[in-house]
Ligand binder design. Structure first.
Ligand code: ADE
Length: 218
């Protein structure tokens, strides 16, 4: 699932340009079990399967013997909420390990002894952490300078300043009678900037007023 994802589109181009390296590791390659099993029944008679310590520890030990990692992240619905500020913070680090969680969970000793940070992508439960890991890799990679067109565009994203983005349009100016706002065709940069800002404010107040509570007074 992840191998396909990290070799598509902007992530693939970022790697080709040498701006980031993304490696996907299969825990089955690290198990000592002859059937390549990486999970087992939970103690206490609970339902589901739990990922064992040994393959995770072997994989992480191998990786940290090769280079220093700034964070060893575990994706879990009970982690801290993944937000733009967290993505910004992670994008400034050099090396990250992201351990994908698993349906029922991983042996808690891994979380106690190896993991440095636990991240949730939202208050819902996925069957595994792969989609969460993909979301983190995507949001962090696009912040690395040079990955998307111009550096400005990452800075003007939704959420970067606690505001939703203004509406955006492309040609033609009229499609099926649906018109692009006249101001955008006026060529008056100062007025356009002001319009964008007012649109951002209005959309944020209407759609996500909670964001404004966290940001500067506007
Ligand atoms: N694994 C399962 N659900 C998750 C979530 N919401 N966030 C991160 N990892 C998860």
């Amino acid at each position: 699932m992840l191998n396909g994802f990290v070799h598509e589109s902007i992530l693939e181009r970022a790697q080709r340009k040498g701006l980031v390296e993304i490696h996907v590791h299969n825990l089955r390659d690290y198990t000592t079990d002859k059937h390549r099993r990486v999970d087992d029944y939970p103690y206490g008679g609970f339902a589901g399967m739990v990922m064992q310590c040994q393959p995770i520890d072997a994989c992480v030990s191998h990786l940290i013997s090769e280079r220093h990692y700034d964070e060893i992240i575990f994706t879990s619905p009970d982690g801290e909420q993944f937000t733009q500020p967290v993505a910004n913070e992670l994008s400034l680090l050099n090396n990250l390990i992201i351990l994908c969680g698993h349906y029922k969970g991983i042996d808690y000793r891994i979380r106690e002894h190896l993991i440095t940070r636990e991240i949730s992508i939202g208050d819902y439960v996925l069957t595994g952490g792969e989609i969460a890991a993909a979301a983190i890799v995507d949001a962090v990679t696009r912040l690395v300078p040079g990955v998307i067109g111009d550096d400005q565009s990452a800075l003007s994203d939704c959420f970067q300043d606690h505001l939703l983005a203004a509406p955006i349009y492309t040609r033609p100016a009229v499609y099926k009678g649906w018109r692009v706002p006249d101001i955008l065709l006026s060529g008056n940069d100062a007025k356009i900037k002001d319009w964008e800002f007012q649109q951002s404010l209005e959309r944020t107040r209407r759609l996500r007023p909670d964001l404004m509570d966290e940001g500067p007074d506007l």
